[in-house]
Design a protein around this ligand. Structure first.
Ligand SMILES: Cc1cc2nc3c(=O)[nH]c(=O)nc-3n(C[C@H](O)[C@H](O)[C@H](O)COP(=O)(O)OP(=O)(O)OC[C@H]3O[C@@H](n4cnc5c(N)ncnc54)[C@H](O)[C@@H]3O)c2cc1C
Length: 302
């Protein structure tokens, strides 16, 4: 089944790992083995991988930093794709305000790059542990900012290897949603337009926001951030707390004492335990507060 994928380890810019534990690639530290974990470093290698996946009709999952992801204890029967090498490069355009960033680059390196070039607009993303691609896919946001405010275009490759560029008005960005959400396109690069500012001013806003995160969020535990989306007119954490669920625990999964919107892995939580806790929270909140909480966290292998 995987012979052709395995043969790609002989081409340049491509690494193929067998039975790679997904717990090593998710911020939840949960997840069994992926049949194949393929790292690609350039467009050519990516195209070859996609061709093979199409030929062999293999299930594909594009991984960012795994910071919004819950993976089954049994893992994933298919190919997990990780963007490395060229897809981590960050460059500044000649206009001095547009940054082109590989989808595999971390948001933290993107934020630092912007700061070092005295460009403001991305401070909100400092502390979000995702990739640039994952942030565009989810329209990640925090503290009044979101990717929508800064994205000017996104480059992507479809499963049949076609490259395309989508501009801001085609990205359909809204709360934790983009035109890519639920689709199969692979985001390869993003372009953002920022505003010239002072390095000290940018750094000071970044410091302020990271402090707020440390105060409010259980960063000492593995998690995937906010487990639930913000229901219209409410805050998920407040509803969960009102329903007496703060600290509620199933196995190693716990509703964080520090921030009820986070389900944390206290040590050895399994995917099953997290799922049971999610279902319990949804049930109780619906019964008591008549609000159906939708998950923000995405699932793989379930
Ligand atoms: C402590 C903590 C704090 C957080 N705070 C915030 C916050 O303030 N705001 C916020 O919005 N989120 C927050 N998150 C959640 C998460 O970091 C974001 O949703 C982030 O954008 C996910 O990016 P990722 O690269 O980790 O994506 P992953 O978790 O790897 O993947 C998420 C989805 O994006 C898709 N995807 C990833 N890369 C690509 C690509 N190149 N092409 C196509 N699809 C892709 C995946 O297939 C998957 O469907 C937090 C998480 C943690 C653990």
């Amino acid at each position: 089944m995987y012979e052709k994928i395995d043969a790609l380890r002989n081409i340049s810019g491509c690494t193929v790992l067998v039975d790679e534990p997904m717990s090593a690639h998710t911020s939840f530290r949960i997840g069994g083995p992926a049949d194949r974990f393929v790292c690609v470093e350039n467009q050519e290698a990516l195209k070859k991988v996609l061709e093979t996946i199409a030929d062999e009709q293999l299930p594909l999952f594009v991984l960012g930093k795994g910071s919004n992801l819950l993976v089954a204890d049994e893992g994933f029967r298919g190919v997990v794709l990780s963007l490395e090498g060229d897809f981590k490069q960050i460059t500044l355009d000649n206009d001095g305000v547009t940054i082109r960033c590989g989808a595999g680059a971390s948001l933290s390196s993107l934020c630092k790059f912007a700061r070092d070039h005295a460009l403001s607009g991305l401070e909100f993303a400092w502390g979000i542990p995702g990739s640039a691609g994952g942030a565009a896919y989810m329209n990640a946001g925090a503290y009044g900012g979101e990717m929508k405010d800064v994205l000017t275009s996104v480059q992507a490759v479809s499963l049949d290897g076609r490259e395309k560029t989508l501009y801001a008005d085609e990205l359909d960005l809204s709360y934790r949603h983009s035109v890519f959400t639920g689709g199969t396109d692979i985001i390869t690069f993003v372009c953002l337009r920022l505003v010239p500012s002072k390095v000290e001013q940018i750094q000071s806003r970044m410091n302020e926001l990271i402090l707020r995160r440390k105060e409010k969020q259980p960063l000492e535990f593995a998690s995937a951030g906010s487990t639930f989306k913000r229901p219209e007119g409410y805050f998920a954490a407040a509803l969960i707390e009102q329903c007496g669920l703060k600290g509620y625990t199933i196995g190693g999964a716990q509703v964080s004492f520090k921030h009820s919107g986070f389900i944390i892995n206290t040590g050895n939580a399994t995917c099953k335990e997290v799922l049971a806790l999610i279902a319990h929270v949804q049930y109780v909140v619906e019964e008591q507060a008549h609000v159906r909480l939708q998950t923000e966290v995405e699932f793989l292998g379930l």
